[in-house]
Design a protein around this ligand. Structure first.
Ligand code: SF4
Length: 385
């Protein structure tokens, strides 16, 4: 069983922190839809089309820049080519595109989960991030989404902005919770090199928040959202019970997914299950529109690389990772050096290791990347892989 990810590479403007693939030209959307349908058709009668598809995720970029009739054409092509038995159909949207009729159109299409990039209700922060919407538009979109009849939706929040105080974050969190959303994805702002923030940082015009302050922000986000009744089920994700994101959870569990559109990634296990391939569709809209669907990169992942990745993804979730799964599925055995480290970290309250299940505590989640890196690099190269 697998998922499909469709990348819609259009945005109104470049958010200052974003390094996803997108263009801000708006004349090529019809042409893109045609090219996408051609790419979808290329998968007809292949082993990809024989697989049962459980989730479809339309992300970007800004998928809500496409009209309902464009989305309908895309979805019809997906239905024609693939074997769908959908549990979840998600569409990402921006607040400034949300209208009642648009939401009704999405529902009639079968979308059952919306993911909206609110990021903040603070006008200054929205401007700093160069978001295309205002705080008023965010409020209106949340009201519309809440009244729309969508049972499940996600809203994105960004914390850890340079200069952002805990008070300001607290106000933002309260604003989000006032709408009682079923799911919140909360991301710490990162300064990526090829972005406006990256350039400001290079020129000495931006000082990112310190690690200590970012950890305080993380604590505040985690405490406030869990106290409101949400489960902190992944480092960046909070959900009311039963409202977890199925598509993303499947990424973390190493399920197959096929990426369509320029800049989309795919991940697929080989038949023998001993390796997997990850590839990236060339992030080049012009080539894509000319019918060139070449991959920019393809990487064969060996079993031990997959094991390390699964260890990392699993530890970022509240389910953790079982050493039994690592052994059976990935032939990866946790060695004595790693066990010593696990023992040490569990004594300091950063993780638990119970009946073969490794899980990070909230303290551990704060430094998840460092713990995961330590754990992986402690394994001796001559140990069985
Ligand atoms: S709308 Fe989303 S994809 Fe587009 S620039 Fe902003 S963050 Fe990036």
């Amino acid at each position: 069983m697998a998922g499909i990810y469709i990348h819609v590479p259009f945005c109104k403007q470049a958010c200052s922190y974003c390094d996803f693939y997108f263009v801000t030209r708006d004349q090529e959307r019809n042409h893109y839809v045609e090219a996408l349908i051609t790419q979808i058709n290329h998968y007809a009668d292949t082993f990809y089309s024989a697989e049962t598809i459980k989730t479809v995720y339309i992300g970007g970029g800004t998928p809500s820049l496409l009209s309902i009739s464009q989305l309908k054409k895309i979805y019809r092509a997906v239905q024609r080519v693939f074997n769908l038995d959908l549990e979840e159909f998600t569409l990402e949207m921006n607040p400034d595109d949300v209208e009642p009729e648009y939401l009704r159109g999405l529902m009639s299409l079968g979308v059952n989960r919306c993911s909206m990039g609110v990021q903040s209700f603070d006008e200054d922060l929205l401007k700093f991030m160069n978001r295309s919407h205002t705080a008023d538009q965010a409020v209106r979109a949340m009201e519309l989404l809440g009244a729309s009849g969508f049972d499940i939706y996600t809203v994105d929040l960004i914390y850890g902005n340079p200069g952002q105080s805990l008070n300001s974050l607290n106000t933002d969190l309260k604003s989000f919770l006032a709408f009682d959303p079923p799911h919140i994805s909360a991301y710490s702002l990162t300064v990526e090199p090829r972005t406006r923030l990256g350039k400001m940082y290079e020129n000495g015009k931006l000082k990112p928040l310190s690690d200590e302050k970012t950890a305080e922000h993380f604590d505040l986000v985690s405490e406030t959202l869990t106290e409101s009744g949400m489960n902190h089920y992944e480092v960046s994700n909070f959900a009311k019970p039963g409202k977890e994101a199925v598509h993303n959870t499947r990424y973390w569990n190493h399920e197959n997914y096929l990426g369509l559109g320029p800049g989309a990634h795919s991940f697929w296990w080989n038949e023998d299950q001993k390796t997997a391939i990850r590839w990236l569709n060339r992030p080049d809209l012009r080539k894509y529109l000319s019918g060139n669907f070449e991959h920019a990169e393809a990487e064969n992942l060996r079993l031990y690389e997959l094991a390390e990745e699964r260890l990392m993804l699993g530890l970022r979730t509240s389910n953790g990772i079982s050493t039994d799964e690592l052994e059976k599925k990935y032939e990866y055995q946790v060695d004595q050096h790693q066990l010593n480290y696990i023992y040490h970290q569990s004594r300091s309250g950063k993780l638990t290791y119970d009946e073969g299940l490794l899980r990070l505590t909230r303290e551990g989640l704060k430094v998840a990347d460092a713990i995961i890196l330590d754990l992986i690099s402690l394994k001796k190269p001559d140990a069985p892989r």
